[in-house]
Design a binder for this molecule. Sequence first.
Ligand code: ZN
Ligand code: ZN
Length: 131
Amino acid sequence: MTRGSCLCGGIHYQIHHEIGPIIYCHCQRCRKSSGSAFVTSTEILRSNFEVTQGQDLIKKFENEGKVDRFFCSHCGSQLYSQRASTPLIMRVRLGTLDDNIDTKVSSHIFVGSKAEWHDILDDAIQHQERP
Ligand SMILES: [Zn+2]
Ligand SMILES: [Zn+2]
């Protein structure tokens, strides 16, 4: 079990599964939503994700009906995203983890649209878009 929470501590969650593979997404939507060079997430089954505190603080941003992004309505922390077409799968934002994990990044996606000011310096696989 791995625990996580948002910046203000209002929302706490637990993941009841091993974490990985870890994906860095460099697409423009992820950069905008995070305010950073990329978003770090891992795919898990919805059934392995449990909100233990603050469910009512979670708000959803719907972007063109494609990927919904879920965040804390108090502090703005992004927690996970989900596609309406695949409701059983969610992508958890690993920057919100509180527990340490041994897994390292496995791939970069949407490298074709990454920020020009950011250089990728690790050896993980790079995909121009979503593989
Ligand atoms: Zn919060
Ligand atoms: Zn993205």
